[in-house]
Design a protein around this ligand. Sequence first.
Ligand code: NAP
Length: 272
Amino acid sequence: MSGLLKDKVAVITGAGRGIGQATAFLFAKEGAKLFLCDLDKKPLDETVSKIKSAGGIAEGIVCDVTKKEDCKKAMKAGADLGNGSIDILTNIAGITRDKILHTMSLEDWNFTLNVNLTGTFLCIQSAAPYMRDPAKEESKSGKIKTRSIINISSTSARGNIGQVNYASSKAGIIGLTKTVAKEWARFNITCNAIAPGVIETRLTQVRKEGEDFGIPEEQKQMIKMLQKQTGLARELGQPEDVAKVALFFASDLSAYVTGQVLTVAGGMIGTI
Ligand code: NAP
């Protein structure tokens, strides 16, 4: 452990699997006190207990980011870990409901926008009393402490066939990120976004019959071929590749960086 996040309190949503879980493991290794949120209790509890067994500090709560009351409860409980203050908010919860535009139901459109974009908004707003308010108080006594918000966009924000709902939600996250960066810069709160390309998680696994998540087998093969021909000489991106960039934005290494969107796509043409 190099202690980049030593003593910082970090709240992470979508922490039960994939990129959220990898981020939780890395932040814990770097000394953060973690408050983890997820929709499903089982993967959440497993993540919390793995961190604890490795000597880290973690608590968790089931939280649906589309519900304002859940978000408020989660941020309050997270702040309780840090004497009323949150240092890092990492909004990772997200889903896909892919369909080509002319066949997409309003339900799939609303569901995706709600989880990805409204969920991120609700978490940031619910964290305001524990990030913006203490920062405002501290500034009165001339104290400067860096706090950070990290949101997850996607290279799909630039448009992707079959993802009009997802692409719109992830493009919205860029606008949200840049606005929060401007509104809260005076409180020394940074707000940045990461735009992953194709990372191996449940969202990019080969879709099984009857499942909402994943992509068709042929698409996965095509992506792998693109990666081989145009991307960095290695396999597809892993959750840890995104977690490391989240660590940069969460730590004081990026204390003078805000309102930025960093692509994590291994240089693959077609995703950048
Ligand atoms: P994942 O493995 O499916 O993880 C997503 C997590 O979000 C799950 O733990 C899920 O909980 C949670 N979640 C979903 N809906 C939620 C809700 N309403 N409230 C709270 N938590 C909720 O997928 P991932 O690939 O790691 O995705 C993480 C983020 O990266 C997402 O925002 C995604 O859009 C983004 N991203 C991923 C890729 C990629 O290639 N994988 C690329 C670009 C961006 P449950 O397990 O309970 O459903």
